[in-house]
Write a protein that binds this ligand. Structure first.
Ligand code: F6R
Length: 608
């Protein structure tokens, strides 16, 4: 959801900015731009579309200067056009922004009345004009910057430069931003990936912090303007993890990484005994059984919560409520004492999920919150009482794959831990389930060693006008996820449905060009799912069956079958997820879409 970068260095910064934007292109890719300062002037290049267009422009007309900012955009206000690409600027100030300025209309009118001439349709352009206006009446530069920030409503991460000084300004409120440094310079970025190659130390700015840096010193302040301390940490090793070779796409690489991720998670949280440990969520060890669990997330992460509800309710016998974050936060939810809030997020920055967490904490400060997250320094992690880290490594493909199954696996371990702790499962059963999860890692590896198995499915989609995914129990959220994956990268309409609900409406859609993917696993109401399969088959549907049944049990006249190893109550969805991911990937490749950066999407949705 927009990536921002700023750099002040001993050498020209253009290539550093460009490289940083490349690593953050997953955050937004409808336009990009860079602005540097040299000879007391701002120099800007912007291009519509993918970053490669900006790169081509810069090859022809490079930018000089050791101070600069850059931006890769996911449009919120204003269509993706060069005029709306960042940096936005006046003659003397340039700014890049991630987030939304909610009072931009009022600010724009006020600034226009005093002579500002806007060049874009964006909310962001109000920032440089406002900053300039404040500076005209205020000689203290720090005060002027804080006054500017105080007039902005909404969420933002900002980096800014001025033509007549060698200083990099920055602010964080509601959108992620970090500082990084090396002997060669100081950087601000939305994501550590952006500066992993050039910086040795990092500091994640806290909510409300802002400041400026020259080459020698970094100065930071809190929202009230009080000086704050920068606590530098070593930059984590991450550059190698972000190369996609030898795979054609990041998504394919990330699908294939899953068996390794499964093992990393299992080794991190289990020790050969039935005691599962979550070292960053120690409150669980001593907490009484909650009366209710509320799980809130968006998109793919929401689907993992839906699966976990089946696991948790079966053993804990407490209500588990699952909601989409953008609904939860606006529906005046009733939250009683002794309730745990679980948020799930690959990025830890999704605006709606973060706000849902904040609402929960405001309403019931004594209740505990726990986040399942892949980014250990993210806002959700910092604001939760406990973290269960996903250990999936950086996920670059916009469509989530390994973070999805990492969430499923950690949720399975969490469910087992609670079942064990509250005496709903004995040692032996916990051990058996853990072994089944290890077996699933092997099973996933075996499935991925034969990727050609999945090829037979693609031709069934060549004439398709849509598709339907059906499942029951934990396979119902899998059906939702399979459908989401297919539509987001192949642009083919797809719906996930509870298999038993299908005859209450969607069955009307069935014809020979609406492939139906039936997820039929032994663990979850197999006979009933097979009956539903016959219902759609009788109406002429082409059927793709994802199943752990033996070959001789498979119903007749199925158009394509994917056999997966048999799992148990907790491990089965991990295995069934893989063919669904591969199916989406293959259909998208067949259609020639941009698999890693599908249209209109962004990886990290930091606006509501
Ligand atoms: C789909 C996908 C999205 C995200 C959603 C939440 O493939 O990736 O649906 O799951 O935007 O993002 P996180 O998990 O970062 O909160």
């Amino acid at each position: 959801m927009c990536g921002i970068i700023g750099a002040i260095a001993r050498n020209p910064v253009q290539n550093t900015l460009l490289h940083a934007l490349k690593t953050m292109e997953y955050r937004g890719y409808d336009s990009a731009g860079i602005c540097t300062v040299s000879q007391q002037q701002l120099h800007t290049q912007k291009a519509k579309g993918k970053l490669i267009n900006l790169e081509t422009l810069l090859e022809k007309e490079p930018l000089e200067g050791n101070l600069g900012i850059g931006h890769t955009r996911w449009a919120t206000h204003g269509v993706p056009e060069v005029r709306n690409a960042h940096p936005h600027q006046t003659e003397s100030i340039a700014v890049v922004h991630n987030g939304i300025i909610e009072n931009h209309q009022r600010l724009r009118e006020m600034l226009q009345a005093s002579g500002a001439t806007f060049a874009s349709d964006t909310d962001s352009e109000t920032i440089p004009w406002l900053w300039q206006q404040v500076l005209e009446g205020e000689t203290n530069q720090e005060k002027a910057f804080l006054d500017t920030l105080n007039q902005l409503e909404g969420a933002f991460a900002i980096a800014g430069i001025r033509n007549n000084e060698q200083k990099l300004w920055f602010a964080r409120r509601g959108s992620p931003l970090l500082l990084a440094r090396s002997p060669d310079g100081v950087f601000v970025a939305s994501d550590a990936l952006a500066v992993g190659a050039v910086a040795t130390e990092v500091y994640y700015l806290k909510e409300g912090q802002w400041g400026w840096s020259d080459l020698e010193h970094v100065h930071i302040f809190d929202a009230q303007g009080k000086k704050a301390e920068v606590m530098w940490e070593a930059m984590p090793e991450m550059v190698a993890a972000t190369e996609k070779d030898p795979y054609k796409h990041y998504m394919l690489k990330e699908i294939h990484e899953q068996p390794r991720v499964f093992l990393d998670i299992l080794h991190a949280y289990t020790d050969g005994s039935p005691h599962i440990h979550f070292p960053q969520a120690t409150f669980i060890e001593t907490a009484p059984l909650p009366s209710r669990i509320i799980m809130v997330a968006c998109g793919t992460s929401y689907h993992t919560a839906l699966t976990a509800r089946y696991w948790l309710e079966r053993y804990l016998k407490i209500p588990v409520e699952v909601d989409v974050a953008s609904e939860f936060r606006y529906r005046d939810p009733v939250i009683a004492e002794n309730t745990w809030m679980i948020t799930l997020s690959q990025s830890g920055e999704t605006a709606d999920t973060l706000e849902a967490l904040r609402l929960f904490k405001r309403q019931t400060p004594n209740n505990k919150s726990l986040v399942f997250c892949n980014v250990a320094h993210s806002s959700m992690v910092r604001e939760s009482d406990g973290l269960i880290e996903l250990y999936a490594g950086p996920e670059i493909g916009v469509a989530s794959t390994k973070a999805y199954t990492a969430q499923l696996l950690t949720l399975a371990l969490f469910s087992l831990k609670l079942a064990h702790q509250y005496n709903a499962m004995d040692d032996e059963s916990v051990m058996q389930h853990i072994q089944a999860l290890f077996a699933a890692a092997d099973g996933a590896k075996a499935l991925l060693e034969k990727p050609k198995t999945f090829d037979a499915l693609t031709p069934l989609f060549s004439q398709a006008h849509g598709s339907l995914f059906l499942g029951r129990g934990p396979c119902y959220p899998l059906a939702l996820e399979g459908a989401l994956k297919l539509k987001e990268i192949s642009y083919l309409h797809a719906e996930g449905y509870p298999a038993g609900e299908m005859k209450h409406g969607p069955i009307a859609l069935i014809d020979e060009n609406l492939p139906v993917i039936v997820i039929a696993l032994r663990q979850y109401h197999l006979d009933k799912v097979i009956s539903n399969l016959h219902e759609v088959q009788a109406r002429g549907a082409k059927i793709i069956l994802v199943t752990d049944m033996q070959k001789n049990e498979i119903p007749e006249n199925i158009n394509a079958t994917i056999h997966i190893p048999e799992g148990d109550f907790f491990s089965a969805p991990l295995l069934a997820a893989i063919p669904l991911q591969y199916l989406a990937y293959n259909v998208a490749c067949d259609k020639g879409t941009d698999v890693d950066q599908p249209r209109n999407l962004a990886k990290s949705v930091t606006v509501e």
